[in-house]
Design a protein around this ligand. Structure first.
Ligand code: ADP
Length: 602
């Protein structure tokens, strides 16, 4: 990894971790504080509203009490006038003022109602001489929620009649609805049975019972408080509840939790935003610092690369710190290195020129040698050729002299035989030299054709038959009748088999064994000539294919040979695209083998 990235990662780690911790801790603290303040606010608002409800109810009770006192001391017609005007003044609060006697018969009503209320609970309540406040009920007149407050009218300390007021709850409801509950919040009042006596949705009033709500249960146990819970609708809410003991009502204000804590959410967003900006700033800072730190290192690296390529330019020193010092040292070292390099290059150039000169001389010498070698081959070829003609003339003459026609007394028979044998050996040697010089000069001519290996084996075996008989050596043949035909030069292959078989005979003691075998092997046939003769040392095996080489020449000279047979055979087999291999062990015998391409195979 590049040092620059490592630095950036390092900066990020050392700054982002503490930064995140700080952001998280402050977020957590602020979150708790906001939650507490949201809860407190809600609780205070609920309590205030609860008190406002109490005040409103107290005002209604006071109104009725005062009017009753006034009624006891006022003339009927004036009282009625007063009641009308009071109702008008408190528009929307009082729906009706009515007065009824101790029998329950209505004697006056601002709604001009008549009838008997003797069976109503408010009649009974007030008949006992006390103020009576009814439960909230749906008005038989307006159909809206209302309460009825009754109070006895006293004249000279005696209960004469009873004043009743039909109080609409709508006016109270507007007080309650001033609490901020957000879009999804709910506000309601329940009585001690859990029945709704106020709800934003008026249609639910006195018709729905939600006493399975946590806050409703709490207020019915006459408790006040605030908390987070899942409400009767299954929504997570922040709820505040307030018990009004005087009326046995519970005021419940529920805010949707997400809505209540929007500040926490926006704080969360703010914190995330701040974190991102901070991380970005740290990243930018880390980037700039690392750039400043790594720039000189990069220049050093470029300088070193340039130095390697021999194109060094002095690096400018931009800082006075350790890297600046290092750059100066580098510049100086680079200059010295370049000087050394130049000197070395000059020396190498001179040495190269010398080498080129020597190389040219070597090439010339090699050319000379090749010319000499070719002259040698030409010479050998010429000499051999020139030797052949007189040799055959000598042989013919010796044979003639040996024949019956000449008087034996005149010729020494043994001498003549020696002459013929020597001439034969000389002829073979000359032929071998000729063949080898042709092979070496690449002038040996080959006539490749389809050859049946049986045929050439037969010829070669016939050639060695006399010597084999003489040495009483058993020559075996293992060639399958259906052996594939090969592609080769018949005459040249006979020379090879002759050489190998006659070597086997020469280097195998009397009574020994020789085996000539051949077998199919994929694209080739494998030919093998083996004997149980004297064998050879391992280290000699590589040399026996060299021309004129004979193992332990002194003792083997008796056996005869020129040391050319294997060189010629190896050259012929190479021309057939193969190679002669040998395995041998002193005293155990030798085996020569090679492959020959089948006819028709590529
Ligand atoms: P030569 O005319 O001497 O046989 P070759 O080139 O045919 O020349 O063989 C080289 C030498 O390799 C031989 O002189 C002999 O020492 C050794 N050699 C060849 N064939 C055999 C064999 N079958 N057993 C032992 N030695 C062998």
């Amino acid at each position: 990894m590049k040092i620059r990235f490592e630095l950036i990662i390092f900066f990020l780690i050392i700054s982002v971790l503490p930064l995140s911790a700080v952001v998280y801790i402050s977020y957590d603290h602020s979150k708790v504080a906001i939650r507490d303040s949201v809860m407190t606010n809600l609780l205070v608002a609920t309590e205030n509203t609860g008190r406002a409800i109490g005040d409103w109810m107290a005002a209604r009770k006071d109104d009725i009490r005062i009017i009753s006192t006034i009624a006891g001391n006022t003339e009927k017609s004036k009282l009625q006038e007063y009641l009308y005007s009071f109702e008008n003044e408190h528009q929307g609060v009082y729906q009706e003022f009515f007065i009824f006697n101790s029998d329950g018969n209505i004697t006056f009503s601002t709604l001009n109602r008549t009838g008997n209320v003797g069976k109503e609970r408010y009649f009974m309540g007030a008949s006992q001489g006390k103020q009576y406040i009814s439960d909230v009920s749906l008005s038989g007149i307006t159909g809206l929620p209302e309460i009825i407050i009754t109070y006895p009218i006293k004249k000279n300390d005696t209960n004469t009649e009873i004043l009743g007021a039909r109080v609409s709850m709508e006016n109270l409801y507007t007080v309650i609805e001033s609490i901020d509950i957000g879009k999804l919040g709910e506000i309601f009042i329940v009585n001690n049975k859990g029945e709704l006596i106020f709800h934003q949705d008026r249609s639910k009033i006195l018709l729905e019972n939600i006493n399975n709500n946590f806050a409703v249960k709490e207020v019915t146990y006459e408790k006040s408080g605030v908390g987070e819970y899942v409400n009767y609708k299954g929504d997570e809410v922040l709820g505040s509840y307030y018990w009004l003991p005087l009326y046995r009502w519970g005021l419940i204000v529920e805010k949707n939790k997400d809505e209540a804590y929007t500040e926490v959410l926006s704080l969360e967003r703010l914190m995330v935003g701040i974190s991102f900006i901070a991380v970005f700033c740290v990243f930018l800072l880390a980037f700039l610092i690392s750039k400043r730190l790594t720039e000189p290192i990069k220049s050093l690296k470029d300088g070193a690369n340039g130095l390697v390529r021999g194109q060094f330019k002095t690096i400018s020193v931009s800082s006075s710190n350790e890297i600046g010092e290092l750059t100066e040292i580098f510049n100086q070292t680079a200059k010295e290195l370049l000087d050394i390099r130049k000197k070395l290059e000059t020396k190498i150039e001179i040495a190269n020129k010398d080498l080129e000169e020597k190389n040219r001389e070597l090439i010339n010498a090699n050319d000379e040698l090749k010319k000499l070698d070719s002259l040698k081959s030409d010479f050998i070829s010429l000499v051999s050729h020139e030797l052949k003609t007189p040799l055959s003339a000598i042989r013919t003459s010796a044979e003639f002299l040996e024949s019956e026609n000449i008087n034996p007394s005149l010729v020494d028979k043994e001498m003549l035989e020696n002459i013929i044998i020597s001439v034969d050996r000389l002829t073979r040697l000359v032929n071998d030299i000729l063949d080898l010089s042709k092979i070496e000069a690449g002038k040996m001519e080959y006539h490749f054709e389809q050859v049946n290996f049986h045929e050439i084996a037969k010829v070669a075996l016939e050639n060695i038959q006399p010597l084999a008989l003489k040495k009483n050596i058993k020559v075996s043949v293992d060639i399958p009748g259906n052996l594939s035909p090969i592609l080769g030069d018949r005459e040249k292959l006979i020379i090879v088999l002759n050489n190998l078989l006659s070597n086997a005979l020469k280097f195998t003691n009397n009574e020994g064994r020789i085996l000539l075998s051949a077998k199919d092997d994929q694209d080739n046939i494998m030919v093998r000539v083996e004997d149980n003769g004297i064998g050879m040392e391992k280290d000699k095996l590589v040399k026996i294919f060299d021309k004129f080489y004979q193992v332990d020449s002194t003792s083997r000279r008796k056996i005869g040979g020129s040391g050319l047979g294997l060189s010629i055979s190896s050259g012929i087999i190479k021309a057939h695209g193969s190679e002669i291999c040998v395995e041998s062990e002193p005293g155990a015998g030798s085996a020569f083998f090679f492959g020959l391409k089948k006819f028709g195979e590529r």
